[in-house]
Design a protein around this ligand. Structure first.
Ligand SMILES: C[S@@+](CC[C@H](N)C(=O)[O-])C[C@H]1O[C@@H](n2cnc3c(N)ncnc32)[C@H](O)[C@@H]1O
Length: 232
């Protein structure tokens, strides 16, 4: 059961990525030249994508992976390129259309399916879940609930990012500089990762999970932390 607060937040995020900021996100994730803040965000996100990919073997043949909030699908595509059967799910139907038309064909044995919907919907069972910069828009309790729901359908690991609660991020968050006012992101929710993950792992149904390594990426205006939950 999803709470009304979660549904409200999800609707705001869907409206933002489906309409308000669609073009800004297309530009950010393209190869088109960008400058200033956007260039640092792009460089940071490229570094984070490499970090998340480094958590997986080079050969993912036989793996089924969920990219939860796949956006333009770059990470999902890279995982499929390693042989995985990947399902990319995103709230924004426009973003999914963009991913479908923009991504090159997967070469090799991997498969990539892209659908619009809620990452917490019933998509079956996975060996791993990735969630790059998609949980960062939810409050701590909602992220915890999402991780627990995702863990219930994941055999090996969940690799995700959080926005760390740092004074700098808090300031940027307040100033809201990432995009012009017209297409500014719905607020990123900085969280104290240790508190969040400890709380999740205290749950009885998470007894066979442990915390994996964290890795912080800080490039100008992009500050994000890779986290991992692993089945023992
Ligand atoms: C900042 S973008 C990141 C996209 C992609 N993961 C990347 O790193 O390029 C966040 C994405 O998460 C998606 N998202 C947020 N909540 C979601 C949910 N509950 N189910 C599916 N997608 C979600 C948004 O629609 C948006 O496309």
């Amino acid at each position: 059961m999803q709470t009304s607060a979660y549904v409200k937040r999800r609707n705001e995020i869907e409206a933002y990525f489906d309409h308000t900021a669609l073009d800004a996100w297309k530009r950010l994730t393209s190869t088109e030249k960008v400058s200033g803040i956007r260039a640092t965000v792009r460089a940071g996100r490229d570094e984070m994508r490499r970090e998340l990919l480094s958590r997986f073997p080079d050969d993912l043949t036989g793996w089924r992976i969920l990219d939860a909030g796949c956006g333009g699908g770059a990470l999902a595509h890279a995982l499929a390129g390693r042989g995985a059967d990947v399902l990319g799910v995103d709230l924004s139907a426009q973003m999914i259309d963009h991913a479908r038309s923009g991504l090159p064909k997967v070469t090799g044995p991997g498969r990539l399916e892209l659908v619009s919907g809620d990452m917490l919907g019933d998509h079956g069972v996975f060996d791993a879940v990735v969630a790059m910069d998609s949980l960062i828009h939810y409050a701590r309790g909602q992220v915890g609930d999402a991780l627990i729901r995702l863990a219930g359908r994941t055999r090996m690991k969940i690799v995700f990012t959080l926005a760390p609660k740092t004074p700098l991020l808090a300031t940027m968050h307040a100033v809201g500089k990432l995009f012009p006012r017209s297409d500014r992101s719905p607020a990123i929710e900085p969280v104290q990762a240790a508190t969040l993950i400890d709380g999740v792992l205290k749950r009885a149904d998470m007894a066979d999970w442990r915390k994996g390594p964290a890795f912080k990426v800080q490039r100008g205006f992009y500050i994000s932390e890779a986290q991992e939950l692993v089945r023992r």
